[in-house]
Design a protein around this ligand. Structure first.
Ligand code: R5P
Length: 292
C-alpha cells in the first residue's frame, strides 16, 4: 500500500498540452463503450483497419466438412496467421488450445443442419458462455427475405441487446434466402438491415457488380465470406476486389482451409488485406510459400 506521507509532489500536469481525445476510427464505431471498442480492436488491426478472420464453423450445419475433418491437423497450423477465429464453442473447447490469444468470433445462433431446413435458428449460445470463452464477437445468422426472416432478426436483436449490456459486439451474418439473388441490391439491403438493427459488424458476400454500393450503404464494417472453393488466384482476386471496394476484411473459410496449400493461402490473403498488395503479387507469394 502506498505511504500517505513523504511522497514526491505531483507536478507533471502538462499545463500547455491539450488533452488528446482521439476518434475511434473503425467505421461507425466511435460512439461505443470502451469494452466494445477494445474487443473490436482485437479483431480489426488498428493500423490497417482490416481483418483476416478464419472461418471454420461450417460443421455446425454440415458435420465434418472437407478440410475440417481434423481441426488439430488442418486449422491449428493456420491459427497464428489469422486475426480472428470464427468457430463454434464445441470446436473451440475441444480442439483449440487456449494459448494462442486470438480473438474469437463465436457462432452463437444454431438450430438446423443441411439435412433439414437451414436457417430455422435460435440463440444457441447465451452471452454468459460467450464471456466465459472470452469471445470478442458473437455471430448470429439472419435470413433476410426468407421464411425465417422475423425469427432470425429477433435472434439478432436479442444478442445485440445482451451484447450492449456487457460490451460484446455482434457479428450479423447474412444468409441469402433461397429465392434471393446474390446481387448488390439484395446484399446491400440485407447488410443495411442488420446494421440498422444494431449489428456492429456485418458479414456478407462479395458480388461482381455494384459491391461498392453494399459497403457504402452499410454504416458499419463489412467482412466478406469466401464462399465455395474456387481456384486460389480467383479467391485472391475476390479478396482484393472486396477490400478495394470498401470491405474491412474477409471472413474466409473454404478458400483457405480447402486450398491446396492452406498456410501459403492465408498468408497471401493477408498480403492483400493488410498490405494492399495486388493479386499478382499475392499469387506469386502463394506460389513461393507453397514450396517452403
Ligand atoms: C457458414 O457456415 C459459415 O458462416 C461460414 O463461416 C461462412 O460461410 C464463411 O466461410 P466460407 O468462406 O467457407 O464461405
Amino acid at each position: 500500500m502506498a505511504e500517505a506521507t513523504g511522497n514526491i509532489d505531483a507536478s507533471s500536469f502538462g499545463i500547455d498540452i491539450p488533452v488528446s481525445n482521439p476518434v475511434y476510427e473503425l467505421k461507425g464505431s466511435n460512439n461505443y463503450d470502451w469494452g466494445m471498442k477494445d474487443r473490436l480492436s482485437r479483431v480489426f488491426n488498428p493500423t490497417s483497419g482490416h481483418t483476416v478472420m478464419l472461418a471454420f464453423d461450417h460443421g455446425y450445419i454440415m458435420g465434418p466438412t472437407s478440410g475440417l475433418e481434423r481441426i488439430d491437423l488442418s486449422i491449428l497450423p493456420l491459427v497464428n496467421h489469422a486475426d480472428c477465429l470464427m468457430c463454434t464453442r464445441g470446436i473451440l473447447r475441444s480442439c483449440i488450445p487456449p494459448v494462442h490469444n486470438k480473438p474469437i468470433a463465436l457462432r452463437c445462433s444454431a438450430g438446423s443442419t443441411v439435412l433439414t431446413e437451414l436457417n430455422d435458428e435460435c440463440i444457441g449460445v447465451e452471452i454468459e458462455d460467450a464471456l466465459r470463452l472470452n469471445a470478442s464477437m458473437m455471430a448470429v445468422m439472419v435470413e433476410v427475405g426468407g421464411k425465417y426472416e422475423a425469427l432470425t432478426i429477433r435472434n439478432l436483436s436479442r444478442m445485440i441487446e445482451t451484447g450492449y449490456r456487457y460490451g460484446v459486439p455482434t457479428l450479423g451474418v447474412t444468409a441469402v434466402g433461397r429465392d434471393m439473388a446474390r446481387d448488390a441490391r439484395y446484399l446491400g439491403m440485407a447488410s443495411r438491415v442488420l446494421a440498422e438493427n444494431g449489428a456492429q459488424v456485418v458479414k456478407t458476400y462479395y458480388c461482381e457488380d455494384g459491391f461498392e454500393t453494399v459497403t457504402a450503404g452499410c454504416p458499419v464494417p463489412i467482412v466478406v465470406a469466401g464462399g465455395k472453393k474456387i481456384p486460389e488466384r480467383d479467391a485472391l482476386n475476390l479478396a482484393y476486389r472486396a477490400i478495394d471496394l470498401g470491405a474491412a476484411g474477409v471472413d474466409m473459410g473454404r478458400n483457405i482451409f480447402q486450398a491446396e496449400h492452406p498456410q501459403a493461402m492465408i498468408q497471401a490473403v493477408r498480403a492483400i488485406v493488410h498490405d494492399s498488395q495486388t493479386v499478382d503479387v499475392a499469387y506469386e507469394m502463394y506460389n513461393d510459400l507453397k514450396d517452403t
